[in-house]
Write a protein that binds this ligand. Structure first.
Ligand SMILES: [Ca+2]
Length: 393
């Protein structure tokens, strides 16, 4: 009896030890598995953080390039911008890598070009071919874990959509006068498109001996000639662009407008808006006698736009301008005024050409205005993809 009890106790002990051993092995395995899982989760969280930083860097770069597209120079973040950006990610949650940069951005063109010393690619770090498309690589390292994104970035341009075919448009009367003076309106490039130039005057023509009768007929037949060639909505949008570019003058800045060095605003951006609306009184912008070459003669590859709102414009000097002149008021050219415009002249009021004015309708110049001002950037059709991050950068 005693032996049988001892045997039973012995068997129970062995069974217990076996179970305990199995449990211990299971516990060790569980701890190892848990540790591994936690490690992987932690690494994945860090990778997500690195990706978020790289994505934020791409967003900031696209915003910066919306204001300043890298046309001709290397694209880099100013050191202050870099410091500000990095300061938004505290070092506790986003530990910095032991070596290399926390975040870095590369820009390179979609074509090969001249190799730039010290640059890792054969494609120049700006829009070398000028097609409004570049690649942006954004990389971030959080601790030892990195993430890198490559995006195709394109410019988005504002389309001016000037109604084509108007060399001169006036909401009032067009007076072209003065013996010995030869105000004339000519069409420069019939061959470039289906548009012929016309002069339209809502109030009719007065003594317009040097205007061909054929010019008063709208040629393309698709646009109502009684409507200004540029809409108010477009003007409002242009004001927004001019403000962004520091080329909008109004209110407190108007005293300086009279002496505005019009010949100094070489394109780009080629946009100046003088706005006198709502100021009370009668305003007139006079271009003083003198020579103002606002464009290279007959070079309409870089046209500009001059808008005068709520004031008259008087050409008192010899002015050469390529692009669109729009005046919400009257336009006069005095005895000494010899405006030469390659593009179009629009006046909501009367147009009085006395000096030796020449208005040359250039359709190509107006076409080019449609891609003149970049308003933003967007991802190109190639979108973005994730790449293997590079160490030691
Ligand atoms: Ca390009």
């Amino acid at each position: 009896m005693c032996y049988r009890m001892r045997d039973q106790k012995g068997s129970s002990l062995i069974l217990f030890m076996g179970i305990a051993a199995a449990l211990a092995i299971l516990a060790i395995a569980m701890v190892a598995l848990l540790g591994n899982t936690m490690h992987n989760t932690s690494r994945e969280q860090t990778r997500t953080k690195a990706f978020d930083v790289a994505e934020a860097a791409l967003d900031v770069t696209m915003q910066r390039m919306a204001v300043t597209w890298p046309r001709t120079t290397d694209y880099t973040w100013p050191s202050t911008d870099q410091a500000t950006f990095e300061g938004r990610f505290d070092t506790q949650d986003f530990p910095r890598p032991a070596s290399g940069q926390f975040v870095k951005v590369w820009v390179f063109d979609n074509v090969a070009g001249p190799v730039i010393s010290g640059w890792e690619r054969t494609a120049p770090p700006f829009d070398y071919n000028g097609d409004g498309l570049v690649y942006v690589d954004a990389q971030a390292y959080v601790g030892k874990v990195g993430a890198r994104i490559r995006a195709e970035v394109q410019t988005v341009s504002f389309e001016l959509n000037v109604a084509r075919g108007f060399a001169v448009w006036s909401g009032g009367t067009i007076t072209a006068t003065g013996p010995g003076n030869n105000p004339n309106i000519t069409a420069e490039d019939f061959a470039a498109g289906a548009y012929s130039s016309v002069a339209y005057a809502g109030g009719g023509f007065v003594n317009a001996q040097s205007l061909s009768a054929g010019y008063v007929v709208q040629q393309d037949g698709t646009t109502d000639p009684s409507q200004p060639p540029i809409t108010q909505a477009t003007i409002d949008e242009l004001i927004g662009i001019a403000k962004l570019q520091g080329q909008y003058y109004s209110g407190a800045t108007t005293p300086s407008v009279q002496s505005l060095p019009l010949n100094s605003y070489a394109p780009p951006p080629g946009l100046v808006i003088l706005d006198f609306r709502g100021l009370g009184g009668t305003w007139s912008v006079k271009i003083q006698p003198g020579t103002y070459n606002m464009t290279t003669d007959q070079d309409w590859s870089n046209p500009g736009t001059l808008l005068v709102l709520g004031a008259d414009l008087e050409f008192g000097g010899q002015v050469k301008f390529c692009g669109l002149v729009y005046v919400d008021g009257n336009v006069t050219s005095g005895l000494h005024g010899t405006p030469i415009i390659y593009g179009a002249l629009v006046s909501t009021g009367d147009l009085y050409l006395n000096g030796t004015a020449e208005i040359h309708y250039v359709d190509e110049a107006l076409q080019r205005l449609d891609s003149r001002w970049q308003t933003s950037t967007r991802l190109g059709s190639g979108g973005w993809r994730e790449l293997q991050p590079r160490t030691g950068t």
